[in-house]
Write a protein that binds this ligand. Sequence first.
Ligand code: COA
Length: 336
Amino acid sequence: MNNNKKFNAVITGIGMYVPEKVLTNQDFVDIYGLETSDEWITSRTGIKERRILEHGATSDLAAGAAKDLLAHSKVKAEEIDCIIVATVTPDMMFPATACIVQHKIGATNAWGFDLEAACSGFLFALQTGASIVESGRYKKVLVIGADKMSTIVDYTDRNNCILFGDAASAVLLEPGDDLEYGIVDSVLKVDGSGSPYLHMKAGGSLNPPSIETVTNKMHYLYQEGKTVFKYAVTGMADISVEIMERNNLKADDITYLIPHQANLRIIDATAERMGLTREKVTINIDRYGNTTAATIPMCMCEYYRAGKIKKGDNLILSAFGAGYTWGATYVKWSID
Ligand code: COA
């Protein structure tokens, strides 16, 4: 916590975008011929269906979320100062997806960049955006979590393809005078010793694309699910409790835990350690699966628009992902 701040970054707008095409658990059996079942996927993960973007790229998801935010806001695209896109599925290696989004939404006065922290991407981008606002130099920062996971999952691999979906969600950060509101505190961590268990082997400078990398399926997401599960349960729960303790928050003070939606069992374990009942946890994993950088803002958007999140509510955002990366952020909601 920085007690010398003059103002906080507050969330003043929110939006989301999900593609129309629905891929159900049964579709993995009927379309992809996998040996799996709705019962197995639901009981092990909590996922019933996910969305797939059939045509277009991550920037289309991200621009869709940004346009939805702007349609619900008085702010105009040309007023945006900076765009941060958290993603592991950029349109291409370069330019940054943020540049493509800037052009697609007409944010003619913005600079921007991509940030890669996998499933923790939104939390890392939110803290980065908040720091930019708190610097006093920029007033309107658009933070987007967007991933087209369907482009990096192998639909012959039943261990992983059932987990992921495509989506994007965005928040607008602006300065707020009341230090009680906004992005109050963040605890963020990385531990690169976790990289062997969740990564994409090829496409970067270590293993540039070649016939061999394609033949050996090295451009797909690789995950040792059991190992990641173990670390995610401990990591997300520990860091969520840490942010509660250092902000003197008891379970009763928290309106919602907004967890990354990777697996309902990881979410339940985190809530239990925090002393929270299911009613105090935002869940939409059943409809969207794991959309990587998009899960947390999308949950926040749906619950806000349903009238369940109100001004003054205490929200704990929490995530764990590849890297390893993990973190928790305390937000006091500021929109009426
Ligand atoms: N349908 C049916 N059976 C499946 C299956 C599927 N879709 N996927 C895997 N199985 C099988 C496995 O092959 C294994 O069979 P085996 O024992 O004969 O080898 C069996 O089910 C049990 O696998 P296991 O790994 O013990 O299942 P699990 O309870 O750990 O659940 C995950 C698997 C992937 C759902 C779970 O490990 C997980 O969620 N991991 C974390 C993923 C994650 O959150 N990643 C994102 C970053 S946080």
